[in-house]
Structure formats: structure tokens, C-alpha cells
Design a protein around this ligand. Sequence first.
Ligand code: 0PR
Length: 368
Amino acid sequence: MLNKGCSEEELFSFFSRKKGEDIDHSFILSSMCTLPHPVAVQAHCMFMEANLGDPGLFPGTTSIERLLVSRLATLFHCPDAGGYATSGGTESNIQALRLAKVLKPGVKSPNVIVPESAHFSFKKACDILGLGMRRVPLGKDFRMDADAAAEFIDASSIALVGVAGTTEYGMVDPIEDLARIAGQHDIFFHVDAAFGGMVVPFLSRPVPFDFALPGVTTIAVDPHKMGMSTIPAGCLLTRDPDLLHVLNIDTPYLTVKQEFTLGGTRPGAPVAAALAVLDYLGVEGMKAVVAGCMKNTERLIAGMETFGIRRAATPDVNVATFVCGKERVPGPWKVSWTCRKHLRIVCMPHVHRDRIEAFLTDIGEQHA
Ligand code: 0PR
């Protein structure tokens, strides 16, 4: 630490330099985060000091968290669902599996069944919770094979996981079939809709993935991805409004005497930001954003295919993947590569149509 503090000018010229070293968003094609919506930024700034970890001190912010849960619960066809704002998909997935474990105390060597495409946060969750992880292969369409999933379930299985909007290929698993299987086996069924939860409900032809399906126990959804909130904003929803209370531990000196959250001190700012975007845009506004992202995804796929670069999958959400060598992608663009070595591009709201065209032009020149 500096012995004598520095001037504001020095401080902020240093920060400006450092910010300048970050990648310009107009070249970021690999991220599932995006530039926050202006109303999210404004709301975030209003609630900078709000700590949801001690709700009695911030009753207004706490009611915003409840509103956020209720908006998402309604969107997911279960207005009375419970839930809370998490730091993102990782925390939501950890907490969902923690719930599943606590609900089945007698099981020796418990295991969970996840698709091969599950996000790496499930590996973290299983490590922390001491759970075995059984990875179900994907079908040719990059979706979890529901019949194979059923085969993996045994007496030690405490949870089944499906993904709505996979990280790498943007697929929605056959959630309807998985929900039925979960119901037949009376097993906890968690849907990781961290990405797809803010996309699928706004598609012109939404596929079923939420509480409308009776077998779904919990859903993870991240406003800090397609919800255009500030970071960190996630949400875990439970069909049973009281389910989270099984995780309660005593917090004697706080304004509430028990808590079920993973974090202690929790930021109110991104929660206000998440609600701001939903209320400002409404369903119509979100549909327009999602339609734009899907159109750009389709244009990107069509454009790449004119250069003979084949799609790896036809995605359900705005993630495009290609059979393409690394040498074909020009320098300034930040793209990513899947485990199967496919080029992966996420058409987030900051990836405007002109950026897609600029990328295609660059690829085309490389190709010529
Ligand atoms: N579930 C799914 C389906 C996800 O795609 C992700 C993250 C998570 C859970 C975990 O969410 P948190 O990272 O919020 O805890 N998916 C992206 C990924 O790992 C996150 C990301 C975002 C990565 C921006 C890079 C980046 O620049 O690829």
C-alpha cells in the first residue's frame, strides 16, 4: 500500500490506462456477458452500498430482490416459486445440488447425473459437496440423450440436471423428457438455464424448459448474461416457495436470524440492475433483443457457410459453432473454441449486425 495517498487525477488516469488495456467489446465474440443496459447501470449506481446479506437494514432493496424473483418465477410459469439472487450460475448450481443433497440425508456415496455438456460449475459443486458426477453422453444433435440419462439413475442418485442453452453449443436439452424421467424416479431435477433462461421464453417458438413441466424442481437463470444486467446477477428459483429454508443456518447477530444463501455479504446493486432491465424492456422489449441476437446468429451461420465453413450445430439459442481451423480467424477478433475444437461465437446484444458483417468480411479475405 502507498504510504501517502495519490491524487484523484493520478488515480483515475491510471484506471483509464488500465481500462484501455481491456479488449474493446466490439471485438468480443466469445463472451456470454455483454455491455450492461443503460438502465442497469443507472440502477446499479443507486444501490452501491446495499447489502442483501443483512436484509433488515435494506428493506427496500430486499423487496427489489423479491420482485426480481417474482418476475422470473412468473416468466417461468410458477408465480409463487421461491428463490434468491445469487452471484451467477456457479452459485445457483452449487446451491441447487446442495438442496438435493440435504433433502436426501440417508444416501451413501450420492451421485448426480449431468449431461456431458454441463458447465464446469457442476464439477466445482460436486467437489465441494462430495458428490459423484455421472456424465451422460450427448446425442448427435449435441443434446443430452434422455434415454441414456434414465439408465444412469440408481438408488444413490440424488439429482438429475438438464441444460437450457448449453455453454458450448447453445442447445436446449430434452427437458420435457427429462422432467418426465425425474417424475418417474421421484428425483430432484435442476434445470441450468443460466444462459437460456433469458432467451428461450422470448423466442418466436419457445421450447418447454421451465416450471410448466411438473418434474422441474429448481431453475438457475443469470440476468448478467442475456438479461443485460451488471455483474454479478444470477438467480436460483425453486418451485416450492419454502424449499430453500432446508439450507437455513443460524445468523444470531443479523437483522434476520437465519439465512440459506451461500454468500454472506451480497450486493444489492446488480439485483436492482436486473429488475431495471426487465421492467424497462418488458416482454416486448426482451423479445426484440432476442430476435435481433437470433437473426445475427442465423446471418453469421449463413455467411460462414458461403465460405465453405460448415456449422457444427444448428443452435436453439444465440451460440454459433463451426468446423473451422484456428488459422482462419483474423487477429483482433476474440472467439473461443469448444472441447471438440469447434469455433464458437456468441451473438450477444453488443454484437451488432455491423460487427457480424465486419467479421465475415475479415474471414472472407483470409479465405480468398
Ligand atoms: N451454466 C451455464 C450454462 C453457463 O454457460 C455458465 C457460464 C454458468 C452456468 C456459470 O455461470 P457464472 O460464470 O455466472 O457463474 N457460462 C460462461 C462460460 O463459462 C461464462 C462466461 C462469460 C465465460 C463471459 C466467459 C466470458 O467472457 O463460458
